[in-house]
Unconditional design. Structure first.
Length: 508
């Protein structure tokens, strides 16, 4: 063991795993002035990885960081989802109806996502320590003493917190004693990239074929496709397997320039908890799901976006560590929902009995035909169905629209590292006190470590139409933490105390 001066290197947060989740978390902590060390066992960045789809909710988050243009330039828009079975179209989801400014999925291979997030981390002053892995951890009340191995040498890092973003076989999770609960998916998957000659449909699509060999096509840049399938056997030719299905719908189709053919197995599991004392888990270290719906990486990115601002407040001494309990309360149910949905999709995909397949197809047609049920499918596909209304750090008002715990709409742009206060009302009413309240909120922001920006918006843009002056506290992750229609400063004080678990000094 090599001991560094002073008992080892000291950082606020040690992050294990430099995939998209670890990169985003490290960058967001750096942006907030929190020292962190990001390690990864790999010698270098990925050259190819099978994750592909970035959903609208993740695009909204990336937009709030100023990264959206880079992602849109690198990826291709998947504007619709089409589902086929038995030679017929069962239905189409038009993703422009999702309610986001980004009414599409984005097709982009994971290594490109990593590259963009690596650049973002560097811009925030961070770096990735490669060929470096966590081999031991002594967790105590005040922090973690981690044992790190790099190029055959070992040394210690002292951290206040350690976050495992280190994948399905997470050493961080194993060292913490947290267990994954769920099951392995028995039927294997396979994937390859290709162009499709003879393709006659639109290109900006995500297509699912629920036939004897299930196939999913996701569009990529340069008119390429990532082809996911459930192969016939362990020895079958993957291209022939996929072609046997696709040619039922495009008779002259053929796969050309095939690359990266890969078989893989996966699991549907969720960690028993996302926090154990000074150890936290995110991404694949915390949850695994079927790739059928493309939610795995996206769920991990939202983990990082949820955790970063909370962990930063704790590390900076603004909030008590109990704030981190809300990370588990908010994100673990989302992971469980994603795992259940993936299991249902997997089960339906693998049906072989003709009567059961007809019943499945009929149910899909009915769901896609009804406006309400189709909309529910669209918001689930785009990950806009997540809310934190049951969170212990949410302070609700009386409104039904824009309730606390809900995602903030695109009419509000959140770019700050702290909370944004949004005052909605009639700024022209002489007796409303709107201007004086707005001025008071600006003074709150000037003296606060929680609230960072103030914006004012007209009633018609956001409210239920009652004409009251409403104050929203929008969290850095784009969700409404508080809504208040009266006694605004007192409500804001209660909310700050809820988040920080410490007395507030807001003047009321």
């Amino acid at each position: 063991m090599i001991d560094l001066a002073g008992g080892g290197e000291r950082v606020s947060v040690l992050i294990a795993g430099a995939g998209p989740v670890g990169l985003l978390l490290a960058a967001e902590l750096q942006r907030r002035g929190v020292s962190c060390k990001l390690i990864d066992a790999r010698q270098g960045p990925l050259h190819w990885d099978r994750a592909t789809v970035i959903h609208p909710r993740s695009l909204e988050s990336l937009a709030s960081l100023g990264l959206i243009d880079r992602f849109l330039e690198a990826g291709t828009k998947q504007r619709a989802v089409k589902i086929y079975s038995g030679g017929q179209l069962l239905g189409t989801l038009d993703l422009s109806e999702c309610g986001s400014a980004y009414g599409f999925n984005l097709g982009l291979s994971e290594e490109t996502t990593e590259s963009i997030l690596s650049d973002y981390l560097c811009a925030m002053g961070g770096t990735v320590h490669r060929s470096t892995r966590l081999v031991g951890a002594n967790v105590h009340d005040d922090g973690v003493v981690a044992e790190i191995e790099q190029d055959g040498d070992r040394y210690r890092v002292q951290a206040e917190w350690i976050v495992g973003c280190d994948g399905a076989h997470s050493p961080t999770r194993e060292l913490s004693g947290i267990v994954l609960e769920g099951h392995d998916i028995t039927q294997p998957w396979a994937v390859f990239d290709a162009s499709i000659a003879g393709w006659t449909d639109d290109f900006e699509l995500n297509v699912g074929y629920l036939d004897s060999v299930p196939v999913i096509l996701t569009s990529l840049p340069e008119r390429r496709w990532r082809v996911y399938l459930r192969p016939r056997s362990a020895e079958s030719d993957l291209v022939d397997d996929a072609l046997s299905t696709v040619r039922q719908y495009a008779a002259s189709a053929s796969f050309i320039d095939v690359a990266n053919p890969t078989r893989f197995h996966c699991s549907s599991k969720v960690a028993s908890r996302f926090r154990s004392g000074r150890v936290l888990l995110a991404g694949d270290a915390a949850h695994l799901c079927s790739p059928a719906q493309g939610h795995g990486m996206n769920t991990g990115l939202q983990d990082a976006f949820n955790l970063a601002w909370k962990l930063a407040l704790v590390c900076r001494g603004v909030a008590d560590s109990t704030l981190l309990d809300s990370y588990d309360v908010e994100r673990r149910p989302v992971a469980e929902m994603v795992a259940r949905s993936g299991d249902m999709t997997d089960f339906g995909e693998m049906l072989t009995d003709p009567a059961e397949r007809r019943e499945r197809d009929s149910a899909i047609r009915a769901t896609f035909a009804g406006s309400a049920s189709r909309h529910n499918e669209i918001v689930a596909e785009t990950e806009l169905n997540v809310d934190y209304s049951a969170s212990p750090i949410v302070l609700a008002g009386a409104g039904s629209a824009l309730a606390a715990g809900q995602r903030v709409p695109d009419t509000i742009t959140v770019r700050s590292a702290g909370h944004t206060l949004v005052l909605c009302g009639d700024a022209t009413a002489e007796d409303s006190g709107f201007a004086s309240l707005l001025d008071a909120l600006r003074k709150v922001v000037d003296g606060s470590s929680v609230f960072e920006a103030v914006v004012s918006l007209g009633t018609a843009d956001l409210l239920d139409g009652r004409g009251s002056t409403t104050l929203l506290a929008v969290r850095p992750d784009g969700y409404i933490g508080m809504r208040s229609e009266r006694d605004h400063l007192a409500a804001l004080e209660r909310y700050q105390e809820l988040v920080t678990a410490r007395p507030s000094a807001i003047a009321t």
